[in-house]
Design a protein around this ligand. Sequence first.
Ligand SMILES: O=P(O)(O)OC[C@H]1O[C@](O)(CO)[C@@H](O)[C@@H]1O
Length: 376
Amino acid sequence: MDEFENAMLHQVLSVPELLEEVYPDVEPQVRYVMTTPEIYSVKKVVLTGCGDGYAACLTAKRTFEKFLQIPIEVVEPLSLSRYYQMKWVGESPCDPLVIAFSNSGRVTRVVEAVKRMRLHKAMTIAVTSNPDSPLAKTAEKVIIPSIPKFENAPGIRSYAVLQMVVYLLAVRMGEVRLKYTMEQANMYRRELKCLPKEFLNNADRICALALEAAKQFKEAGSAEMIGCGADYGTAWYAHEKMYEAVGLPAVYSDSENWFHVNYFARDIKQILTMVFASKEDEAHSRTCELIERLNQMGRDFILITDDESLQAKYRFLMPASDTCLFQPVAAYMVPALIAGYLTVLREETYSRGFEGIWKEEKGMYSTTVSETVLMD
Ligand SMILES: O=P(O)(O)OC[C@H]1O[C@](O)(CO)[C@@H](O)[C@@H]1O
């Protein structure tokens, strides 16, 4: 398998050790970022970020909802900064709580969104690994994970850490608001670290299956990533990696929407379909119907699930968890591995090497070069 080695594979395999290393630093930061009265006064949480940060927020939304039982919104930074209804923002202290995720802390739209929310007296927390970044300087509070340098690849290690932080925030807020015991909270914390490790216990078999799947879909012309609830966030992450790593157009969807839209695709052999199916998800029955239909249509697809009763040509079984809420902390490794193998098989360069038409000359508009507009 040596000829298929790649940086994404290396990043995935490094995650368990990375989380062990980062946890003792980030857990106390999460624990003390807000006081108990602040945590109690939050009436709504708004999670935001671009790219990986956005995907991490989507995966954690259900956990926040279940743990806190208050409204939780995942809002894209563009919506937050340009369209968000400000009438009720800052009506009372810490309301809403806005948590913004950006590994670099340099993405203009995230900074702009936080600036606007802070001006309107929302409580703002930035999660970024760059303490000197514009985002860190804009938010009222910061959490700064330090992620040891590694071989470059489209975000896997940084995603693992952002995800750990967003879930830890939910666990801490639920613990302080007495939604469960301290023991329960610690069990959740342990699970966040253990699930990726457990999934990779049999790394050789998983990598071999991922490579086999990548070989089958080597010539794919597009990809569709399907998931509901927390899995929707993983589907979002998966579609993003297909673009970044492979340069492959990809869409994300939930199981219901698949029946209405994606179902009608003609050239099924050209589509790389990936389905995320956590058995405790509230929409699992609909995802099972989708899987049955895919099998009836004779479609080959990649399935990532903790439900042993489900079948697919390429099935990745996720470790069982006590909470059944944290499947996304391991599930994203499958699309990351497959994207990594596809880049090798297609002789692609991550992010097209930012060369040719992708080259960002000084001053060209990009994720970090954009006019800041501050709306009322
Ligand atoms: O705000 P961040 O986390 O620095 O993200 C910047 C870029 O990194 C990614 O999240 C991952 O490569 C991209 O999607 C995004 O454009």
